[in-house]
Design a protein around this ligand. Structure first.
Ligand SMILES: N#Cc1ccc(Nc2nc(N)cc(-n3cnc(CCO)c3)n2)cc1
Length: 284
């Protein structure tokens, strides 16, 4: 169910860093269309041969997403296998990962942040309707296709990246507080409710300039965070803090539906808090 791309039709450009099991590069893929040669900008995600075994889970996670298309889901062109190298070929998203973008100190408005949160909620709603669990919602997996410019009245545009390695493969503790607490005991019981929990943690990141929640906490302190049923530091904006804590409810069944999340985001967008805090970043 993946389009196989010939290795010789790919050209590597600059390295863009590396994830946990992967190295990412800017690149180009060559297509011949109606007799003409076209070079498409792509993101080449190389899985290092050492982790060959988790290629399957990376593969199945991404192929799940490539079977459906949605404006806020990243497009995967296909895969290329060359010797021991496995390469996933994705659309190149102009501004890269959202967490890095926010950390670079771009001062974005509250309505910019709400707009991004709403786009993520609509992507999750689409996946929920198809009963597809993403499993790795976080700001690092949100890619910024368009920055948006308030003076021009254009808004940001995000794409949700593939889940990457399945949660079961990841050291679940590393994923605290994005991973739902119920997954600590049973990493395979990934449900739609788990994505709601992660959505809450991701909205927290978006409103905290891309900073990772519980940054610097060690694995033991992170485990205590769940064992003590703790919550992330609440935003001073009570209605936002309420939405985040509803999503990050330790009882999976009471987490809000995507429709409820979207409804609550809509009321936040129209609240006068947005106007009062047009540019200053919301601190927690
Ligand atoms: N400077 C810069 C810059 C860097 C990257 C992009 N573009 C892009 N396109 C994608 N399809 C995926 C990613 N990507 C980024 N980090 C990860 C791993 C964590 O998710 C994936 N980046 C654009 C500009």
């Amino acid at each position: 169910q993946f389009h196989m791309i010939k290795y010789n039709d790919l050209k590597w450009d600059e390295s863009l860093g590396q994830g946990s099991f992967t190295r990412i590069f800017k690149g180009y893929k060559i297509d011949i269309r109606d007799g003409e040669k076209h070079m498409t900008e792509v993101l080449l995600k190389e899985l290092d041969a050492v982790h060959k075994n988790c290629w399957e889970s990376l593969f199945e996670a991404a192929s799940l997403m490539s079977q459906i298309s949605h404006k806020h889901l990243l497009l995967v062109y296909g895969v290329s296998v060359h010797g021991v190298k496995n390469i996933m070929v994705q659309e190149f998203v102009k501004h890269g990962a959202l967490d890095l973008y926010l950390k670079r100190g771009r001062s974005v408005s509250v309505s910019w942040k709400l707009d991004v949160a709403k786009q993520l909620a609509s992507a999750l709603n689409f996946l929920e309707e198809k009963n597809i669990v993403h499993g790795n919602i976080c700001a690092k997996n949100l890619l910024l296709a368009r920055e948006g410019d308030p003076s021009q009245g254009t808004s940001p545009f995000i794409k949700l990246s593939d889940p990457g390695i399945s949660v079961a493969m990841l050291v679940v503790l590393d994923r605290i507080p994005w991973v739902a607490p119920e997954l600590l005991e049973a990493p395979d019981d990934l449900t739609l409710e788990c994505d709601k929990w992660s959505f809450g943690a991701t909205v927290w990141e978006i409103f905290n300039n891309g900073n990772s929640p519980l940054r610097g906490w060690n694995l033991d302190e992170k485990r205590q965070f769940y064992e003590g049923f703790q919550q992330l530091p609440p935003s001073q904006w009570t209605e936002l803090a309420d939405l985040i804590s509803q999503c990050m409810d330790y009882q999976a069944a009471v987490r809000p539906s995507c429709r409820s999340i979207i409804r609550q985001l809509n009321s936040l967008i129209t609240s006068d808090y947005v106007i009062l805090h047009a540019t200053e970043p919301v601190t927690q």
